[in-house]
Design a protein around this ligand. Structure first.
Ligand code: AHR
Length: 503
């Protein structure tokens, strides 16, 4: 008997509007993300600023809304003042996070300019590891104020008359992690984040801030950390961060595709903690989530640890250059579907990272920029996933995996794009062996036709893209049918589809 899955959506039952910031990404001063990634003076594709135009074109094409910067772990011993002004006066530094030489020839001034060219907003992280509230305030004044005060003046002297207008600020990075420079206890960090956020918002009423949650769901302090930090900072911040990376170390694809069942649990847990602190504090404010680091990351880990240990203080070394497989792209598609299913609470998400470092875009130092497999799920969802998410009622066959008893074959979500008068369905068949007959009952939508049907499909879970060839990319299909409000399509094993419906 054929395997089946059914999605029911009703246009009156909505989860929430998609915040465009869920299509965020991340550039850290790490490996070749900045140097030879987005910035490479002298490269044939570089513009007058040294920005690689081939990379900017891909970032624009990918539909990235905002980019978190400058870290990551890097930010926790970063002195931002060393990265601004005339380049000949900038002080090089030793980055302790990645044991790398940082020349500071690309810094806050350049990133602000690059972001405009790339059409992305900035999500700026402040150093709450080795530094504190005062340095964060100075940076905010430098970036956002139009006053006749020291740091705002300095920005003008550096050639930037207009403030950068950065609206989103991270209060440090992964401060629960013992590897973090200036790592803190929960209460200690919660107080510092609260006071820093309070002071920054006093300076600039227009900003929003993100407080650090746990570095991952598997941290031993997960849960307690969120609870204690929020107890201190709840009223002063707007979002709590979540970070998670996945890997298929066990080489078990079926189990790898189940990671979003763990992600569901992670999201529920953090939302519950936020709401319990809200109730305890009798607060009117609801705290939302910033999933500001997520991706597959495991291919390069061992090599990177060895390189950092044995060859420290190099300039832009090859670090975290995971080459992604087809199955990694399916996991990223699943994560994006999960974020949309929680559009009411997940307002920000950053694919970590953007260029060369665990990234959808790679560059050759002496050559071109190219798209990894994971470029495509992000591209499809950021292009078609705009509007309002409808409540997905999903039923159908499931299967066990080594760590999960009941993994639904299909994960899916539907989005109504009111502006374009279109409804879009994203679905993954997680069954690695068999196709699934998928139906979607679209209640309340009259006369829809299939306008587009794009699929990521492969029999080879380990196939990768490269600068020379792109075996993994969406293919057009024409065999989805719409009949009286019922959509039917066969989903191949281990595949991701985007189906666009309209008049
Ligand atoms: O994205 C790579 C690293 O992963 C980041 O620097 C850190 O925040 C996380 O642990």
């Amino acid at each position: 008997m054929a395997r089946k899955a059914k999605l029911i959506v009703d246009r009156d039952f909505k989860i929430g509007e998609i915040d465009k910031r869920v299509y965020g990404s991340f550039i850290e001063h790490l490996g070749r993300a900045v140097y030879t990634g987005i910035y490479q003076p002298g490269h044939p594709a570089a513009d007058e600023n040294g920005f690689r135009k081939d990379v900017i074109d891909l970032v624009r094409d990918l539909g990235v809304s905002n980019v978190r910067y400058p870290g990551g772990n890097f930010v926790s011993n970063f002195r931002w003042e060393d990265s601004v002004g005339p380049k000949e006066n900038r002080r090089p530094m030793l980055d302790l996070a990645w044991r790398t030489y940082e020349p500071n020839t690309f810094g806050i001034n350049e990133f602000s300019k690059w972001s405009k060219k790339a059409g992305t907003d900035i999500m700026m992280a402040v150093n709450l590891g080795t530094r504190g509230t005062e340095e964060a305030l100075n940076l905010l004044e430098y970036c956002n104020m139009d006053t006749e005060s020291y740091w705002a003046d300095l920005r003008r002297q550096h050639g930037d008359a207009d403030p950068y207008g950065i609206k989103l600020w991270c209060m440090g990075n992964e401060m629960d992690g013992p590897w973090q420079m200036g790592h803190k206890e929960a209460k200690e960090y919660g107080r510092l984040a609260a006071e820093t956020s309070k002071a920054m918002k006093t300076m600039d009423h227009s900003i929003e801030t993100v407080v650090c949650g746990s570095a991952s769901r598997t941290m031993p302090t997960f849960g307690k950390w969120e609870y204690q930090v929020l107890n201190e900072a709840y009223e002063y911040v707007d979002y709590v961060s979540l970070h998670q990376y996945w890997g298929n170390q066990a080489d078990n694809t079926a189990d790898f595709f189940a990671v979003t069942d763990d992600l569901e649990d992670f999201l529920h847990s953090v939302i519950s903690i936020c709401d319990s602190v809200k109730a305890e504090k009798n607060s009117k404010k609801t705290l939302n989530l910033s999933f500001d680091e997520w991706n597959v990351w495991y291919h390069s880990l061992k090599k990177d640890d060895e390189a950092m240990e044995n060859q420290p203080w190099r300039r832009h070394p090859h670090l975290l250059e995971d080459i992604y497989t087809y199955e990694d792209a399916i996991v990223d598609a699943l994560a994006l579907i999960k974020f949309l299913q929680h559009a009411d609470r997940v307002k920000i998400a950053c694919l970590a990272q953007l260029v060369n470092v665990i990234a959808p875009i790679m560059t050759e130092e002496d050559g071109k920029a190219w798209r990894q497999t994971i470029y495509w799920p992000f591209w499809l969802v950021s292009h078609y996933g705009r509007g309002t998410v409808l409540v997905p009622v999903l039923s159908g066959d499931d299967h066990p995996t080594s760590h999960h008893d009941h993994v639904s074959d299909v994960e899916a979500v539907a989005v109504e794009n009111e502006e374009k008068d279109q409804t879009v369905i994203f679905a993954v068949n997680r069954n690695t062996e068999e196709p699934v007959e998928f139906t979607a009952d679209l209640r309340g939508f009259a006369d829809l036709k299939v306008l587009d049907f794009e699929a990521l499909e492969s029999d080879d879970m380990k196939v990768v893209n490269s600068a020379e060839s792109e075996p993994v990319k969406p293919v057009k299909r024409t065999d989805a049918k719409m009949d009286g409000g019922m959509l039917t399509a066969v989903l191949k094993p281990s595949s991701f589809v985007t189906i666009v419906l309209g008049k």
